[in-house]
Structures are given as structure tokens and as C-alpha cells.
Design a protein around this ligand. Structure first.
Ligand SMILES: [Mg+2]
Length: 455
């Protein structure tokens, strides 16, 4: 066999292939170098994955997505780059401080690198660097091996990812209801509303608390420590508000509720019971995720699914919630929970305990697509958040995927290698003028500490 034969192989019969091979073998040249190269030429790899090395980490800022979200790019010695996203509202420093730990590593060793850097993440936004890098590593591994990320996670359970969307709230339930009805008309099949005690706090007799305290003034005090309790009148009026929204959107569409305000546990139970008749899809983050026992009290007392998890880093705290059946549904944010693989693991643990996984998400299409691949590859996935339906440039921020990114309330799972999207340079430069577009980041090349966790 010669390269010339290989070039002309199209249409060659199996018989002639074997004949040629046997002939070559008889001549003692069956495994000749040119033959091996010919086989490799027919294997679809975008690079030589075993020799791939990370050479750089750079970032570009996105604002108004509607949140601020830095996107990062990992470059390699073979001209391919991977993209990730630091969680909305987090500092890009969380990613850049890890640059020196990535240089020279093979990005396809995703789990090895993740285990090396995960000590530099923590709950909520502090996990943004580790998770953004993990996304970019999967993007690179997919591009190097020429397969979509979901394939690297074990394959997909579904081709479409159901989305639930947030909608700008209004204290007027008719207006809020109409806004959500429009979502249904656009094809969304799952809705989320904000349902805060701020709706009724200015109405006499609805909320008891120390004079001068407002819902906003205790936004950074844990719910159990505010002394803010809702009255029967307050519960009744909040129920009436939901009833009017149900009148507009109907009773069939799943409707979940979030941002209740920092009420005490007993008030959460009383409010939850008052909302039971409106058949909500879930009650989100009524108290901090850290309070397993208190969550269990709420979950056991209220006949509406409970949900938490958007600020949890790594699987272990989820396991604590799950083994206690403290909430009905878990809700990791992939940009905080540990990235694609860790979030799939979280979903798998939840499934073993009999719970579904919804996915929290508020960011750009880069992180969106990381979520899509993970949701495709996780069996007990329920629904994924989309916070940017009203952001006009959102889908144009990336290229490379089938457009639109989502349709009729569902995202299509892309089959392109890696995450399946690349930033659109013109759009990204327009979004954060003057902040640089993947500028050199050499100042982070030599960041060092003694990283070991035990002596
Ligand atoms: Mg939330």
C-alpha cells in the first residue's frame, strides 16, 4: 500500500483493500510508516491530544448579560483555544490567580487539573475561577478529540434542554402575569417569578419586625436571625397576588417562586402553606442552603416542592442535603458547583436518593452551553434557568452554533466539538469597550503559593 493508493481509496472494495494489504504484508511492509500515517489521516482529531499543552489564559469582560460575567480563554501549543466563563458577578481574579498552575498542563486531563485547583474555590462567586477553567478545559478536550462535551461526559439522555425563564417583576400582578403570559406565547413551558415579602411590607399589619427594618436592610443577614415574621394578613395578600397571576398564565404551566426575603423558618412554613393551593413548581432558597435540619422542617411541613443549591461548591454539601431529603429538588449553578463533571456527579447522587436536578444559570452563552452539555448528559435533569430572554444581543455574542441558541423554550444540544460556541469578537468588544479583549496577561504568569493541603 502506498500513500497514492490511500488517496485513491474512495470506492475501493474490501476485496481490493485486503488484496493490497496482503500483497504489502507479503512484501514485509504491512505496518510501514506511510501506512500508519494513512490510518491516522483518516482519524478525525483536531490536534494531537496527547501532546497538547496549555500556553496561556486570558479574559474579556461582558457586561449587561444582564449581569457582569468575565469570559476566559485558554490557549494551547497547537493553536486551539477553549472558552469558559467566571460566574456572573464574580471577579476574574478567581480565574487568573490559577494561570500559573495551568501553564504546561495537558488540558485534556480535565479531572486531574480540577483536583489540583479545586482548593482555590469556595461557595457562591468564589468558585467562579475554578468552574470557568473547568468549562474551558472541556471545550479544549472536545476540540482536541473532535467530539461535543456531552459525549465526553458519557453521552446524552436528550436532544433538547427545557428552559425556565425569569421575568422582570411588577408589584401589579396583572402586569407581571401578562409579562409571563408573553413567555408562554414565545414557547416557554416553565416560568419563575419573584415573590418577595417586599410586596406587602408597606401594607399595615402584614409584617412584624423591629421598627426601621426593611426587607432590603437585612438582605445580608441570615433568615433565622432577622426577627422578621409575616402575619396571616401578609400570607393572605401574597396568596391573592399569586392567584391573580395564575388567572393570567393559567394553572397548567409549572410556576416556581424565588426571593421571598429573609423571613424566619416558621414564617417560611406559614407562607408555604398559604401558597399550597396555587400549585407552585417549587419554593426556592427560602433559607440558606447551609441549614439542612431547618430545610427539612420546611420541606416536611409544606406540600410544595422545596429547592436550593445555587451557591453550593462541590458535591459534598449536596450529598448532605440529599441523604437527609432536606429539599425536594437540588439546584446547582454549574459555574459554582464545580463545572460540568462535578455537576453531573451531583445530579447522579441526587438521582440515587430519588431527587431531580434543576440548574441555576445567569450568564452568557458560553456558560449556557456548558450547562446544556451537562444537562444533556445527566439523567435526572429537570429544567435549566435562562435569565437573559430580554437581552437583545445575547445570542449574537457567540458564533459557531446553530442559531437560535434556543427555540420554543428549549435549547438544542449542539454536535460541534467542545462547547460548540465561540465568542463573536465584534460583539464582545462592543459590550465592554476599553476593558481589553483577551489582552496579554503576563502579570499572572508567576503567581505562586505553597499549595499543599497537609504536611
Ligand atoms: Mg435563586
Amino acid at each position: 500500500m502506498t500513500k497514492k493508493w490511500w488517496k485513491n481509496r474512495r470506492g475501493t472494495s474490501r476485496r481490493s483493500f485486503l488484496g493490497g494489504a496482503l500483497g504489502a504484508a507479503a512484501a514485509g511492509t504491512f505496518w510501514a510508516e506511510d501506512t500508519i500515517q494513512a490510518y491516522q489521516g483518516n482519524v478525525s482529531t483536531a490536534s494531537k491530544p496527547t501532546e497538547l499543552k496549555i500556553t496561556d489564559l486570558r479574559f474579556a469582560h461582558i457586561t449587561g448579560a444582564p449581569m457582569r460575567a468575565p469570559i476566559i480563554r485558554i490557549d494551547t501549543n497547537q493553536g486551539i483555544s477553549g472558552y469558559g466563563e467566571v460566574r456572573d458577578g464574580a471577579s476574574v481574579t478567581y480565574a487568573m490567580m490559577l494561570k500559573s498552575r495551568l501553564i504546561g498542563q495537558n488540558p485534556c486531563d480535565v479531572d486531574k487539573i480540577f483536583r489540583r485547583i479545586k482548593q482555590f474555590g469556595f461557595h457562591a462567586r468564589q468558585a467562579g475561577g475554578v468552574c470557568g477553567i473547568e468549562m474551558a478545559l472541556w471545550d479544549l478536550a472536545g476540540k482536541a478529540y473532535n467530539v461535543p462535551c456531552y459525549q465526553l461526559l458519557g453521552g446524552k439522555f436528550r436532544d433538547k434542554i427545557r428552559l425556565y425563564c425569569d421575568t422582570t417583576e411588577s408589584h401589579d400582578p396583572k402586569i407581571y402575569g401578562e409579562r409571563m403570559k408573553k413567555r408562554i406565547d414565545e414557547g416557554f413551558t416553565w416560568l419563575k417569578m419573584d415573590l418577595g415579602v417586599d410586596l406587602v411590607e408597606k401594607i399595615p399589619g402584614c409584617v412584624s419586625r423591629p421598627a426601621g427594618m426593611t426587607e432590603r436592610s437585612v438582605a445580608n443577614v441570615a433568615h433565622m436571625f432577622t426577627g422578621m415574621e409575616i402575619t396571616d394578613k401578609g400570607v393572605g395578600l401574597m396568596g391573592d397576588y399569586v392567584a391573580q397571576i395564575r388567572e393570567v398564565v393559567g394553572w397548567e404551566v409549572p410556576l416556581c417562586a424565588d426571593h421571598f426575603g429573609h423571613l424566619g423558618v416558621n414564617s417560611c412554613i406559614r407562607l408555604g402553606k398559604g401558597l399550597e393551593k396555587y400549585n407552585l413548581a417549587w419554593l426556592e432558597d427560602m433559607i440558606p442552603w447551609t441549614e439542612t435540619e431547618l430545610w427539612k422542617q420546611i420541606t416536611n411541613a409544606v406540600n410544595i416542592p422545596t429547592l436550593t443549591g445555587e451557591d453550593i461548591y462541590l458535591k459534598e454539601p449536596f450529598i448532605e442535603l440529599l441523604k437527609n431529603h432536606a429539599v425536594d429538588i437540588i439546584h446547582p449553578d454549574l459555574a459554582t458547583s464545580g463545572g460540568l463533571l462535578e455537576t453531573k456527579k451531583i445530579g447522579d447522587v441526587a438521582m440515587e436518593y430519588g431527587h431531580a436536578m434543576a440548574m441555576h444559570f445567569a450568564g452568557t452563552p458560553i456558560s449556557f452551553m456548558a450547562n446544556v452539555h451537562c444537562a444533556a448528559a445527566t439523567e435526572n435533569f429537570l429544567v435549566m434557568e435562562h435569565h437573559s430572554v430580554d437581552v437583545p444581543w445575547w445570542t449574537n455574542m457567540v458564533t459557531g452554533n446553530v442559531q437560535p441558541l434556543y427555540e420554543k423554550g428549549c435549547a438544542a444540544v449542539p454536535n460541534k466539538p467542545g462547547l460548540g460556541v465561540e465568542p463573536n469578537p465584534d460583539e464582545v468588544k462592543r459590550l465592554a469597550p476599553g476593558t481589553g479583549y483577551f489582552d496579554p496577561s503576563d502579570t499572572w504568569n508567576n503567581e505562586r503559593s505553597h499549595d499543599r493541603l497537609y504536611s
